[in-house]
Write a protein that binds this ligand. Sequence first.
Ligand SMILES: NC(=O)c1ccc[n+]([C@@H]2O[C@H](COP(=O)([O-])OP(=O)(O)OC[C@H]3O[C@@H](n4cnc5c(N)ncnc54)[C@H](O)[C@@H]3O)[C@@H](O)[C@H]2O)c1
Ligand SMILES: O=C(O)[C@H]1O[C@H](OP(=O)(O)OP(=O)(O)OC[C@H]2O[C@@H](n3ccc(=O)[nH]c3=O)[C@H](O)[C@@H]2O)[C@H](O)[C@@H](O)[C@@H]1O
Length: 392
Amino acid sequence: MASTGRVDLDGRPIKAMTICMIGAGGFIGSHLCEKLMAETPHKVLAVDVYSDKIKHLLEPQSGGASLPWGDRIQFHRLNIKNDSRLEGLIKMSDLIINLAAICTPADYNTRPLDTIYSNFIDALPVVKYCSENGKRLIHFSTCEVYGKTIGSFLPKDSPLRQDPIYYVLKEDTSPCIFGSIEKQRWSYACAKQLIERLIYAEGAENGLEFTIVRPFNWIGPRMDFIPGIDGPSEGVPRVLACFSNNLLRHEPLKLVDGGQSQRTFIYIKDAIEAVLLMIENPTRANGQIFNVGNPDNEVTVRQLAEMMTQVYSKVSGEAPLEVPTIDVSSKEFYGEGYDDSDKRIPDMTIINRQLGWNPKTSLWDLLESTLTYQHRTYAEAVKQAISKAVAS
Ligand SMILES: NC(=O)c1ccc[n+]([C@@H]2O[C@H](COP(=O)([O-])OP(=O)(O)OC[C@H]3O[C@@H](n4cnc5c(N)ncnc54)[C@H](O)[C@@H]3O)[C@@H](O)[C@H]2O)c1
Ligand SMILES: O=C(O)[C@H]1O[C@H](OP(=O)(O)OP(=O)(O)OC[C@H]2O[C@@H](n3ccc(=O)[nH]c3=O)[C@H](O)[C@@H]2O)[C@H](O)[C@@H](O)[C@@H]1O
């Protein structure tokens, strides 16, 4: 590995590495590839079944000159479920990052088998090849492994609900609390928890060098799809894309079960800074599980809907709807077996101590840049789709 001129947090030179990034064509992968190309000399073997979100990194845009990062990024279209090329790509790499997963809640209770296979079974060979070949692994888990907060089981009027010990989620002390088996929502969280335990055990018993990332609602441009435009008309993406779709179509935002659940949202670009620190500081990141979120950006889903409505009106110049939201039951919206995390505030002690990282962007600012992107990218296409539907 050649030196890069960059230094790590302890002042040691960082060597250029080859990174096998599985799921590189998704939302997080596309931002991570962009960052690695723009700011580092590392090479990326980008593995995915789709490449639309990283097209701009793989080939010059129409009429443009060659790409500044040349051939440092290579796309390998393969499905890790059933492709023998995976092991070879892992062997060629210094670091493996696994992002591949089914990770939209609408799938957890309606396609629980695919969800469990994708998040546990399909990740097994990746862990095995890393362990057998002595390769470092950064695996993407989720804040959903915490499930529900302890506080949610206390009486509604209990003063203990105000005590952070009952709701702040900490990597090494918080329990993982899921609903019953009939609540298939938890198939995802449970599969992610088991793969975390397996990776941890590979570290303990076989010396696998690993880092586990638990993202807390990372959002930004290129997240999921807009139904009927760049994804299926009946598809249900995560909340940012659902609400963006409603705003683009001038229809009320749907609040599931009153929109009382709470989330902390973090701007994808802040979160990617944390991942780059993990990549380039293995001695500080190995053996760690990291929460990556923004505890200062907490809102209820209802408040998120209200803020997105205001921000969208500002960036689009269109007046907000008179009735901006409507209530819908979770059964109607997601079907049988849905359940929800009540509240998600990440404890930041470990990532602060190990990597000195903190998020920067406020919720308003991150929504402003994201909705500007959504409006610029989709408004015209949505308008055309609506007028076509009216004409036919
Ligand atoms: N976005 C978030 O806030 C968030 C939060 C918690 C956890 N995560 C985790 O981070 C990871 C990435 O999330 P994302 O938001 O970028 O999701 P995403 O769906 O945009 O990206 C996942 C990518 O993996 C690819 N993939 C899935 N199965 C594959 C297979 N068998 N072979 C090859 N490629 C495959 C998909 O095509 C997709 O491009 C996931 O593991 C997810 O569980 C994300
Ligand atoms: O992003 C994360 O950190 C994790 O959480 C997400 O789960 P969740 O936050 O429940 O999923 P969203 O689709 O973003 O929904 C957030 C909340 O908004 C609500 N919602 C969603 C969509 C909608 O149109 N209306 C609405 O009220 C949901 O019921 C939920 O309470 C997903 O499971 C994963 O992407 C990820 O692992």
